[in-house]
Design a protein around this ligand. Structure first.
Ligand code: HEM
Ligand SMILES: CC(C)=CCC/C(C)=C/CC/C(C)=C/COP(=O)(O)OP(=O)(O)O
Length: 302
């Protein structure tokens, strides 16, 4: 049997498409932001002088465990994802990847990830990784269908990886570690209340109890976005207090500027409660976090 260049090309494209589907299962865009935050946490824990090899191991291990959690989250939700426009073309609901293959992929990623963390950066980091996995997959994912408090649980799971980056450096947890956790915890409310509003019809159709589903006026979602954006602004100055570094006033000013800017966008969303203001708030959140991480990173070198 002869193989034409065209047939070879088609086979290659097919293989690439399968790889792309497996990558999509791991929610790579969220992972990039999350792993950036983990790296910054390692830098803050060591005043800008992390052990680069340990940081590398923490990032690789966290990436594997986080990827596993996202695969399992999508495996559990494969039938509900089919009911939502935003998610119905994902690899599992669309049938491009079989359920068993995804489940196996998730098991391998998770067990390799936790073992890798334990072997390279220690049991504490591996234990936080395993606890985060359980919280996201076993508690948050089913809770999306039972209570609007699911977002608070998801936000704990989203913020815990920061403590993995911190603990990987061997630095004991202190007020600054708590402040980093709080920054990422509170950030997720404006971020997600905007998303939950934009996709409220999707979520309602799939039986997801998000705040704009149980309160279609959007008043509660707006209030949560404002409250959390305010708390975030206040807590974002804590890492720069009591530090004998010249850059502290600049970093405090930058953190307040970013926080107040996002707060104003949250207020606008809360007042208008329309798709345009929600999209603006989502964008503001996606700009705020990398910018705030940049300020944290710059602090020791200013
Ligand atoms: C309660 C917690 C969270 C929920 C429920 C949530 C949910 C979502 C959803 C549904 C999207 C897709 C929006 C769209 O398709 O238009 C999204 C986007 C995004 N999220 Fe989150 N998220 C949470 C926490 C986080 C965390 C902790 C990070 C990283 C630090 C993160 C980073 C991102 C990024 C970078 C995007 C834009 C990329 C994309 O469109 O997929 N999120 N989030
Ligand atoms: C180390 C480790 C295990 C880290 C896991 C961290 C992690 C992935 C947190 C995710 C935060 C979160 C709630 C995302 C949205 O999921 P969703 O199910 O609401 O999003 P979807 O509707 O798009 O599937």
């Amino acid at each position: 049997m002869s193989t034409t260049p065209l047939a070879l090309e088609e086979r290659r494209a097919g293989r690439l498409a399968i790889v792309a589907d497996y990558v999509e299962l791991t929610k790579p865009k969220i992972a990039v932001m999350l792993l950036t935050a983990v790296a910054v946490s390692g830098c803050v824990a060591t005043w800008g002088q992390p052990d680069l090899l340990r940081l590398f191991h923490a990032i690789v291990g966290t990436a594997l465990v986080a990827a596993s959690s996202c695969v399992w989250n999508q495996w559990i939700e494969r039938r509900f994802d089919l009911l939502m426009k935003r998610t119905r073309d994902r690899p599992l609901p669309s049938g491009r990847i079989a359920g068993n293959s995804a489940a196996l992929f998730g098991v391998v990623l998770g067990s390799v990830g936790v073992s890798y963390l334990a072997a390279t950066v220690g049991w504490l980091v591996a234990a936080i990784g395993a606890a985060t996995w359980l919280l996201y997959v076993v508690v948050y994912t089913p809770m999306k269908r039972t209570s609007p408090w699911n977002t608070a649980v998801g936000a704990v799971a989203g913020a815990l990886p920061l403590l993995m980056g911190w603990a990987a450096m061997g630095t004991p947890f202190d007020l600054r570690a708590a402040a980093l956790f709080a920054i990422l915890f509170f950030w997720q409310f404006p971020h997600f209340m905007a998303i939950a509003w934009i996709y409220r019809k999707d979520y309602a159709q799939a039986g997801m109890q998000m705040l704009p589903v149980v309160d279609p006026t959007g008043l509660r979602a707006g209030r949560q976005a404002i409250g959390a954006a305010l708390a975030l602004t206040l807590v974002s100055v804590v890492p720069f207090l009591n530090a004998p570094l010249d850059g502290a006033p600049w970093c405090i000013a930058a953190a307040l500027f970013l926080g107040v800017a996002q707060l104003l966008v949250a207020v606008r969303f809360s007042v208008r409660r329309d798709d345009k203001s929600a999209r603006r708030l989502l964008w503001a959140s996606l700009i705020y976090l990398p910018a705030m991480l940049g300020v944290l990173l710059a602090f020791p070198i200013l």
